[in-house]
Structures are given as C-alpha cells and as structure tokens.
Design a protein around this ligand. Structure first.
Ligand SMILES: Nc1ncnc2c1ncn2[C@@H]1O[C@H](COP(=O)(O)OP(=O)(O)OP(=O)(O)O)[C@@H](O)[C@H]1O
Length: 651
C-alpha cells in the first residue's frame, strides 16, 4: 500500500491520483475504472474541504467563462446580470414585506390601514414578479448559451485533435487525455449553468443577510445560527454523494459493459454458442445488487443527516424565537420586523443550500473543463508541423538513408538503420516476419511518422522540410486495418479524394480495379447502399468485400505513391490474382508502388524486394537474385511454396 492514502471504505486514491478499488471482482479484477481518463475526476470534490474548493474555483471558472464569451459574447453577462437583479429584487421584496407588516401590525386592523398598506403590498407583488421575470430571463439566456458552448468546445477539440501527429494520437496517455477532454467539452456548458446558479444563490443570500442587518444588527447572527446546520447537512450529503458516485460509477460502467455484451450484435454468436448468457446474467444480477445496496446506504445516510441537521436547526430556531421574543419584549424590534425575520431566514437558508451544492458541482465539472483545456493545448503543441516547402509535383524518387525509428514507450527501435529506394514506375516489396518493421517503414516513407535519425528524401527534400498536407496529396494508402466508413458505398470510395468533383467514370474504373464492382452490383441500392449495419437500412459486408471497397478507394485517390499493406489478406484466390495484376498496371502507369505482403508468390514481379528482420534490411534484390542468394527470402519462399505441393505419400 505504499504511495497510497486512505480515502473511503470503498476505494483508495493512489499517489498517482488514480483510483484503486481494493476488492478484486471475479470479472473485472481490480476494476476497469483506472483505464478510463474521464473517470479520474468523478468524485474529485470528495477529497477536498469546502474552502479549498472555493479557493480553486476561480481558476477553473476562468476557462469556462473564456469559452462562454467566445461562444456567446454578451449572453453570459446578460444571464449573470439578470440573476444579480433577481437577487436585488429579493432584497426589495423583503424590505417591502417588512414595511407592509409594519403598517398592518401597527395596531388593530382597519380598512384605512389596509388602504394605507396597499402601495407597499403592490410593491411586494411587483418585486416578486420582477424577481421571477429576471430569474427566467437568466435561465432562458443560459439555455441559449449552453448548446453554443457545447458546440464551440467540441469543435475546438475535434479541430485540434485531427491535426495531431499520428505517433501522439496513438499514444495511450494522449488517448486518456482525449477521453477526459471529450467529457470536459460537455462539462463546459454545465460550469456556466452552475456559475449562474451560484450568482443567484449568492445574491439571494446577500439580500437576505443585508435586509436583516438593516433591521437589527443582532438578526444576522441569528440567521447564521439557523442556516448553518442546514448548510452542514448539504455539504455532508454532497460529499457523501460524491464518494458514493465513485463506487456507483464504477459499478454502473461494469453493468453497462455486461448489458452491452448480452444484447450487442458482435458478441451474439459466441454468447449463444458458448452458452455464456447464464454466466453474464448471473454477474449482471450480482453487480446490480451491489449497486442497489450502495444506493440504499446513501438514502439511509441522507435520512440520518437530514434528521440531525433538522434537529440542530430546530434547536437553533427555538433559540432564535427566544432571542426574538426577548428583543420584542425589550422593545428593540417591532412585531412586524419579527415577521420579516422569519421570511428572510427561510430565503437565506434556501439560497445557502443552493450555494453549497453549486460550489460542489462547479468544482467537479470545472476539473473536466480543465482537462479539455489541457487536451486542446497539448493537441496544439503536438500538431503536425511540416516545413514550408509545398510539394506541388509528385516525386520521381523516394529514398531513405540510415533510417531509425522508435515508437514512444518502446525501448527497441522498430527501424534500425534502413536504406532503401523506390522510383516512379516501380513496385518495391517489403517482406519479413511479423513485427520486422514493414508497416512502420511504409508509414515513415509517406511522412505519417517522422524518423528520429536518418531521413526520408522525396527527390531533393526530406519529409521534415515539406508541408505535410502537400506531401499527403501524393499518397494513397491501403492500410492493414483500413477504415470501414459507416457511410454509403459511394462515399466509401470517393472519400479517397473527397475534394474531387463527382466523376462516374472514375468511380467505375476504381471499382473495377478493386473488383468492388461485383460487390456494388449485389447491393440493394447500388452505390447508395449504406454500409453500416448499426443504422436502419444499413448493410453488412464480408471482410473480403470490404477489402475490395478499400482497394477501390485507394485507386480513386489517384496518387503517385501507393502503399498496399497486405491488400489481399481477405480476398478469394481469383480476386487476389486480379488485384495483383492491376497493381502491376499501376506501376506501369508511372506510380511508385510499395507492397507489404506475406504472399511471396505475389512479390515475384516486384522490381526490388527488401527483406526485413528486427527493423533491419537483411537482404535485397529481385526475386531471382534473392533465390540465388539462398538466404532468408529463399527459405521463406520455399517454405510457402511447399504448402502448395501434394504431400509425399509414405512408401
Ligand atoms: N503503434 C505502435 N506502438 C508501439 N509499437 C509499435 C506500434 N506499431 C508497431 N509497433 C512495434 O514495432 C515493431 C514493428 O511493427 P510493424 O507493424 O512495423 O511490423 P510488421 O513487419 O508490419 O508486422 P506484421 O507482419 O505483423 O504486420 C513491432 O515490434 C511492433 O510491436
């Protein structure tokens, strides 16, 4: 337990700030909470005293207010001003009430006295109406502002995230920050909502306290004595709810995971065939009971806290009545003032309770907004910063010299001193065992990753010198894990070059290249079929059908440098042969083709083959020279070829 500090019975905070649930769950081990960035602030307020929260609030609110100003300009000041004026109206209503009571209770009630009190009574009513109108104006303005903040925060995060270097966006720590930031974008609107509620609570409280002080200096401490127990109850319950939420959120996520597994489409086959349904349902019930127990515990605590705070407040009220009575008897206050005091104390208690809960909510949501800010700043700092040189024409040759590349958090380099060259009109094949660095090399070649040492030359410029967007303009990529866009078949191909004007001939040619024409012909709505079974009317494609669509997309991109990373892994033999023939055509048309594959029969036609092992090129040459060399390539090739021969029958 070194490096931990006790927090609650349900969990401990480690020195690194992550939550550790001590009980080991039979399904989730020590909990899934620790992996999710957004979960780290849930219940954050539970660790701090109320005054510490108050002290840290302005810094958190500054970020949200900046965003609110950017999203809605005057809307936030208008909402705050409306709530301030509503608070002032509360003060006016209290003072007018006091006047009215003074007039009405000055002696035995008569019609004249009532008539005299009428203007003041009208002022009480008008003040009440004004307060409601102003408060509603504040709420309506905030209602207009909140979705704008939402959009502004989310769009800012998306715009920045999409420009981040690939190596960073794939990093686990950055992914956690992004997941917290996505939640923070939603929290930004809540911070302003709670801040406006806070303004209303503070002004209401100040109005009540101010009126009491004006009436008699002794009355303000009286209100404090009556409201403090309620405030204590509110703080205690807010804290208890936070602490409980830690456990509840954890259980809730586990329950959601189980219910997704039970009703989800992708695990459905295995859930049935392996009869996992009973197992999953049993654990769902078990965890749901835990969640129920936690909620029941909280309800019990709430009841006890309310009882205690109400009891103490009752005693305080008794004392207050005693003091009020003494003041009345001694003639220090009039009967009318005593009536106003009771109303003011009720108003003050209400606003104090709202204030406490607004501060708690503000702090917790503010932490998420801080994550959003941090993620936006980090994304900006990690944005792709290419050189200034615009690559208007495609390169004639790409070459790498003594190239070294190590992924962040890896100790071993994935590329260690690689030399290679590819020219337009050539097919270069990268082969080697799993993890030898083929995919990494292909990505470094086209500027998706930047080498730590050595350089990738696109003609006379390195990838670091050129503007990266202009470089990507000349690249088409069929990645191993190519994207299955949840859009129509047409968009799935044309997104390869979304800026191109619709061109039916080009679309047909690309479909023919990847043999996607056969796939589209079988779709109910042809090119307009939605390829996303998760949406109504969507269709599901097989792995090989998707691969054909991916190939068509790369062709539609019409780029001079084409990377094929295992382009035929899911294709049937006929489609595979056809695709490899068309890959040769691409080279003959003057493109530079990099082919990463384990199907060695298909690399025989390559102009050069590079054999990689642990990030190094160990052999290179044509198929014929490598076979003659009788090294690793020849060994792998012979091994694969032998799979196609009939087994020798035992004599
Ligand atoms: N995003 C990543 N983060 C960290 N390490 C990575 C990442 N991608 C690859 N690696 C590591 O880099 C090395 C080379 O991986 P690479 O994907 O380039 O191999 P490959 O030759 O293409 O393998 P395969 O034939 O299995 O596709 C491996 O050791 C792998 O673990």
């Amino acid at each position: 337990m070194e490096g931990m500090r006790p927090n609650s019975r349900s969990g401990r905070h480690r020195a690194d700030g992550r939550v550790h649930i001590p009980e080991v769950d039979p399904l989730f081990g020590s909990g899934i909470r620790m992996t999710a960035g957004w979960a780290q602030h849930d219940g954050a307020g539970a660790d701090l005293g109320f005054w510490t929260l108050l002290w840290r609030l302005p810094r958190l609110m500054r970020i949200s207010f900046g965003l609110a100003w950017h999203a809605g300009h005057l809307l936030l000041p208008v909402a705050i001003a409306a709530k301030l004026l509503a608070g002032a109206a509360t003060g006016v209503v209290l003072l007018a009430t006091n006047e009215a009571l003074a007039l009405l209770l000055a002696g035995t009630p008569t019609v004249e006295r009532l008539v005299d009190a009428l203007p003041v009574l009208l002022a009480v009513a008008a003040g009440g109406v004004a307060r409601s109108l102003l408060s509603s104006l504040g709420d309506a303005t905030n209602g207009k502002l909140a979705p704008r903040i939402d959009r502004a925060a989310t769009v800012k995060l998306l715009e920045r995230a999409v420009r981040v270097e690939l190596v960073i966006i794939k990093n686990a720590e950055f992914r956690n920050l992004m997941s917290a930031a996505a939640r923070g974008a939603l929290s930004a609107r809540m911070v302003t909502t709670y801040a406006i509620a806070l303004v209303e609570a503070v002004t209401g409280l100040v109005a009540a306290a101010g009126v009491l002080t004006v009436l008699h200096p002794m009355l303000m401490p009286l209100m404090a004595a009556v409201t403090v127990p309620s405030a204590w109850g509110a703080v205690r319950m807010a804290r208890a709810r936070f602490t409980s939420m830690k456990r509840w959120t954890e259980l809730q996520r586990q329950l959601e995971t189980l219910s997704e597994l039970l009703i989800g489409a992708s695990p459905a086959e295995e859930v049935r065939a392996h009869r996992a349904d009973g197992f999953l349902l049993h654990h769902y019930q078990r965890l749901a009971r835990l969640s129920e127990a936690e909620q029941a515990r909280l309800a019990g605590l709430e009841a006890r806290t309310t009882l205690l705070s109400d009891g103490v407040a009752g005693l305080a009220k008794l004392g207050m009545y005693g003091v009020l009575g003494a003041l009345l008897v001694s003639g220090s206050v009039r009967l009318a003032v005593a009536g106003t005091v009771l109303i003011a104390i009720r108003t003050g208690t209400h606003h104090l309770t709202s204030l406490v809960s607004a501060v708690n909510d503000l702090y917790e949501q503010g932490l998420f907004v801080q994550d959003w800010k941090q993620a936006c700043d980090r994304a900006e700092a990690e944005a792709i910063r290419g050189g200034a040189f615009e690559l208007t024409a495609p390169p004639d040759q790409i070459s790498v010299r003594d190239l070294w590349f190590t992924y962040p958090n890896n100790e071993q380099p994935s590329l260690a001193g690689v030399d290679m060259t590819i020219r337009r009109g050539e097919i270069v094949a990268l082969v080697g065992e799993n993890g030898s660095g083929k995919t990494t090399l292909a990505k470094v070649l086209v500027g998706l990753y930047m080498p730590q040492a050595g350089a990738v030359w696109w003609d006379g410029r390195t990838t670091a010198e050129v503007d990266r967007a202009s470089l990507y303009d000349h690249v088409a990529l069929v990645a191993q894990d190519f994207v299955e866009w949840p859009f129509t078949a047409r968009v799935n191909v044309t997104i390869g070059r979304a800026t191109r004007r619709p061109d039916a001939d080009a679309l047909d040619a690309s479909a023919a290249f990847g043999r996607a024409d056969e796939v589209v012909a079988r779709l109910d709505a042809g090119w307009d079929t939605l390829l996303a079974p998760e949406f109504l009317g969507g269709t599901m494609l097989s792995g090989g059908q998707w691969q054909r669509i991916g190939l068509a997309r790369a062709h539609y991109r019409d780029a001079a440098v084409v990377i094929f990373d295992e382009p035929t892994a899911a294709l049937d033999p006929r489609a595979e042969v056809a695709v490899f023939e068309r890959v040769s055509d691409l080279a003959q048309e003057g493109r530079a083709v990099v082919l990463v594959t384990h199907r060695l029969a298909s690399v025989r036609r390559a102009d050069r083959i590079y054999v990689l092992e642990r990030g190094k090129v160990i052999e290179q040459g044509t198929h014929a020279t490598l076979m003659a060399l009788n090294g690793r390539y020849a060994e792998l090739y012979t091994l694969q070829a032998s799979q196609h021969q009939d087994p020798v029958s035992p004599a």
